[in-house]
Design a protein around this ligand. Sequence first.
Ligand code: CA2
Length: 146
Amino acid sequence: MSRLLLVNGPNLNLLGTREPDVYGTTTLADVEQLVTETAAAEGLQVRAVQSNHEGELIDAIQGAREDCAAIVINPGAYTHTSVAIRDALLATELPIAEVHLSNIHRREPFRHHSYVSDIAEVVVIGAGLHGYGYAVQQLARVLRGA
Ligand code: CA2
């Protein structure tokens, strides 16, 4: 069975504990459960990683090349700063889905640029928890070639 790597970046471990007006009441466990269930319905397995450390995220992304068919990533604030995460994603040569819980284009100008969007097959922004599910469904379609 093919596998997805789910990557969540810095501070996403805090989901559901603060800033509910921006990020809702969803927890990281909710995100990982939704992705796992949505992927299972598409015949896909999931490996989930969350880290507050850029290098750990890069190691996980590099590892995906070994045994994953695609990557779902919310890079958190590294979205707007990290050429290194972009390079790691590119090096995998895997299809990428970028997810943001909030609509980054309605927020501060420094959140408007993403180093990932132009290399992603799928971008889902501002759909909250559901965005991760949509991203999995779209990636599954890409993997089926449909
Ligand atoms: O909207 C998103 O998903 C973001 O990737 C979330 C990042 C932010 O830096 C991006 O610009 C947009 C921040 C995640 C922080 O999550 C928290 C959750 C609860 C409390 C505090 C932070």
